[in-house]
Design a protein. Structure first.
Length: 251
């Protein structure tokens, strides 16, 4: 029995958790509002029914009062004609009508406070519905704003599914870019050093070095020519000092 109870409690907990996940507060509030409005409409129908019954009682009372008056007139007419038997019959009808009026009036008297209570209940319920409607709209607006804030925060922090793994993707892309850049720099250095060669360039390493020297000499000669034409003193080569380590620096 204890195990079954624990299973039932566990199932109830899981069910409540699932319902909380599936339940939309806005829809729940709208549903409650609709139920309250339906209750108000039902109350109005009850008031209409009871009011109709009161009107029917009042009509029956009026009809019974008319019977009493007519029986009174009939009794007078019978007595004038010396017909006491007819007069007694009219008076018996009068008494029956009076008893009917008494019962109808008692029912009418009992019905009036019921109508008053229903009308008061209707007013109270209508006021509550108006307050609930206002609170409902405020709560729906607050919930929508909070929900939007949660989604934006999840997107910014990567918690949400829309940016799931974006940080890891960015890290891997950055590593690949750095690795590719390092490879490009290495290939360029190897190409400059002659370790790698251009397959379209059929010259040897010595020919390429001589070509670079000739290009450098031509540039220097052209530079000296321009300086001479402009009257700028030619620059003297700076002597180099050779260190023990084999490196050379300017004096």
């Amino acid at each position: 029995m204890g195990i079954l109870r624990r299973i039932a409690d566990l199932f109830q907990t899981k069910t409540h958790r699932l319902l909380n996940m599936l339940e939309d507060p806005g829809e729940s509030l709208d549903l409650s509002y609709e139920k309250m409005v339906a209750g108000l409409q039902q109350t109005k129908r009850h008031i209409a029914d009871v009011t109709t019954e009161r009107t029917a009682l009042e009509r029956q009372i009026s009809a019974a009062e008319a019977e009493v008056a007519q029986a009174e007139r009939d009794a007078r007419t019978a007595l004038r004609a010396a017909r006491e038997d007819l007069a007694r019959g009219a008076l018996r009808h009068k008494q029956a009508a009076l008893q009917k009026i008494e019962g109808l009036r008692q029912a009418h008297t009992a019905l009036v406070p019921q109508i008053d209570r229903l009308i008061a209940y209707q007013r109270t319920l209508q006021e509550r519905i108006e307050r609930f409607r206002t609170e409902k709209e405020v709560m729906k607006g607050s919930y929508a704003a909070a929900q939007a804030q949660v989604k934006v925060t999840e997107s910014m922090t990567g918690i949400g599914s829309s940016l799931d793994g974006v940080g890891e993707t960015l890290r891997r892309a950055k590593e690949r870019v750095e690795l590719t850049q390092d490879r490009a720099d290495t290939m360029a250095n190897l190409l400059d050093e002659g370790v790698l060669s251009d397959p379209l360039d059929g010259r040897s390493q010595a020919d390429r070095e001589l070509h670079q020297l000739r290009a450098g000499s031509a540039i220097d000669a052209d530079m000296e020519r321009l300086k001479a034409e402009l009257g700028i003193a030619a620059s003297k080569p700076v002597p180099l000092i050779e260190h023990r380590s084999g490196t050379k620096t300017a004096r």
